[in-house]
Design a protein around this ligand. Structure first.
Ligand SMILES: [Zn+2]
Length: 276
């Protein structure tokens, strides 16, 4: 054997040997490795005068949690919804809304700061929809690119005028959209609660896939009984969106996290803890 062929033989043997240290990259346990972490953020509390306004058949007063989520995708941060306004903190009696009272114990800004983040660090501000309990802090995030459905973006306010500032950069999706092109953060179009409502499918490396509900469903009871409240932009679309979500959950073996479901609050770990 020449020196060269000996060298080639040695390299071949080394490559063939599983203990050679040239390990195959570990396959991700679930989905792709694009998303590194997901933080659950507290975004306020909603006391309802009448629980049946969101849960048909319920009686008496009710409550909804308000939840935002922060996703770390390799180099980029994605914020999903902005919750109730931070200005509620320090208002002991909260603020009256058309369905009850809004209060908040902790600001979104403070929670981001605790993670060492400022609003300009967020690359994408993705919104389930444009109702006030989801866009309460929108004005604190002028730099990130909005990620909304075009149908929501174009939906004029009841008093006229746009919902979003035209100068803010925006992705106006028309239907489902894979935000990073790697399948790890996917907008799922679920119209009905509002014209351009969307859910977010997030594939985490260890936790697996999670579908963030937005307001396509408000409570676990509604999900279990496949019903939607009257307070709705389009009930037929809302019901069809529940069917769509069921398919997405099954196809991705995903968990459904319902942001307004108070009974889910103690089940979640909140920032600064996170899900991988
Ligand atoms: Zn809501």
């Amino acid at each position: 054997m020449t020196k060269l062929s000996l060298f080639v033989a040695a390299i071949s043997a080394w490559l063939a040997c599983p203990q050679a240290g040239l390990a195959q990259p570990a396959a991700p346990q679930h989905g792709t490795p694009g998303v590194e972490r997901l933080y659950v953020l507290y975004c306020g509390d909603i006391a309802l005068n009448d629980a049946s306004s969101f849960t048909p058949g319920a009686s008496g007063p009710g409550a909804l949690s308000d939840t935002c989520y922060l996703i770390k995708h390799q180099q980029d941060w994605v914020l999903w919804d902005t919750g109730l306004p931070d200005s509620l903190v320090g208002m002991p009696n909260g603020m009256k809304s058309n369905a009850g009272v809004w209060t908040s114990k902790k600001t979104l800004m403070g929670q981001l700061a605790e993670l060492g983040l400022k609003p300009s660090d967020i690359r994408y501000l993705a919104l389930s929809h444009s109702h006030p309990d989801h866009v309460g802090n929108l004005n604190l995030f002028p730099q990130p690119t909005l990620v909304v459905q075009k149908a929501e973006y174009d939906w004029v306010q009841p008093f006229g005028g746009p919902r979003f500032k035209p100068e803010q950069p925006a992705i106006k999706a028309e239907g489902d959209r894979d935000l990073f092109g790697d399948g790890s953060v996917v907008l799922i179009s679920t119209p009905g609660h509002s014209p351009g409502h969307q859910c977010l499918l997030v594939k985490l490396p260890k936790t697996g896939a999670v579908l963030l509900s937005g307001d396509a469903v408000h409570t676990r009871a509604n999900w279990d009984s496949h019903r939607v409240p009257e307070r709705n932009f389009n009930m037929a679309q809302s019901l069809a969106s529940l069917d769509r979500m069921a398919v997405v959950l099954k196809e991705n073996n995903a968990q459904l996290w319902i942001g307004h479901e108070v009974s889910e609050v103690p089940l979640r770990k909140y920032a600064p803890a996170y899900y991988e």
